[in-house]
Design a protein. Structure first.
Length: 292
């Protein structure tokens, strides 16, 4: 029987910029795993609701980033707790610092499942990410965007298809173009694949004729391709991230919308950068080398 004793380490972090350093510090201190989730302080939430009214409840649980904190939970052996606390305090710059967060521990009387048997091929359990993987997921998009420094492709909504080709050729690593209005606001996206299909539709129509079948949806797609006149006709709905969003959020959006990259926008919905799937993979490679 396991005679080890444990405590639950609870960290409620206000300063989200410190999260990657905090997760790495805990890992280096011997904390083998943790649970991470969004949380909102009761005082902040109530104050915010007083200002905007009950109509803002849905927003509070959605995109109100100014209210969000991260709560980190970890079950830690007693003999490792002092080291974990010291590492956490150093990583956040001291919990006495304003807007840093709080840390406390709770005695654990029972704990099951902390020490796992080796995983077998038959196991269907979804693996739990370790702290290094959590650090990658929570890293700001701005960190990933620095790795390759890919220039965004920005095309005015009135541009022709060939003008869009010219713009994309200037940044060959960005396979997704941001289509903007006359005022510079993001309106939608066009992928390199979709642009190429429509360009070559006029050059090699026989390739596309061969794909038209009795399937009504496919026939409608073919008809739409014949009626494209400028880049705005190819747009899909805008999908973007902010520099402060996490790598995990960026990957989820790319995966959901089948995109190889996303424009980075500011608070006024102006395109200020680009982050691509290759950069996310470069980040994983870099972090894996650092943790070897």
């Amino acid at each position: 029987m396991d005679d080890e004793t444990y405590e639950l380490l609870v960290i409620i972090l206000d300063d989200l910029d410190r999260l990657p350093a905090l997760l790495k510090a805990l890992r280096d201190a011997g904390v083998s795993g943790s649970t991470l989730f969004d949380s909102i302080g009761g005082y902040r939430a109530s104050t915010w609701l007083d200002e905007i009214g009950l109509s803002g409840i849905r927003k509070m649980f959605g995109a109100a980033e100014e209210l969000k904190r991260r709560t980190v939970l970890a079950v830690v052996e007693n003999e490792k707790m002092d080291g974990a606390i010291a590492a956490a305090e150093q990583a956040v710059g001291g919990f006495g610092r304003p807007d840093s967060g709080i840390l406390f521990t709770i005695p654990v009387t029972r704990a099951l499942g902390l020490h796992k048997r080796p995983r077998t091929e038959e196991s269907e359990t979804i693996p739990v990410p370790d702290l290094a993987e959590l650090a990658i997921r929570e890293m700001p998009v701005s960190e990933a965007a620095k790795l390759l420094a890919i220039e965004p492709v920005v095309v005015n909504s009135g541009a022709s298809l060939l003008e869009a080709v010219a713009a994309m050729s200037k940044s060959p690593s960005a396979h997704v173009a941001a289509i903007i209005s006359r005022t510079g606001h993001l309106l939608g996206l066009v992928t390199l694949r979709n642009l190429a299909d429509h360009i070559f539709f006029g050059i090699m129509p026989e390739v596309f004729y061969g794909e038209v079948t009795t399937d009504m949806d496919r026939s409608l797609d073919f008809g739409e391709m014949a009626n494209v006149h400028n880049i705005a006709d190819l747009m899909i709905d805008p999908v973007s991230v902010h520099a402060s969003d996490t790598v995990g959020q960026a990957f989820r959006l790319m995966h959901t919308h089948d995109l190889s990259g996303l424009p980075i926008v500011d608070d006024n919905n102006h395109v200020v950068g680009f982050v691509g799937m290759l950069e996310l993979l470069e980040l994983v490679l870099k972090e894996s080398i650092n943790h070897e």
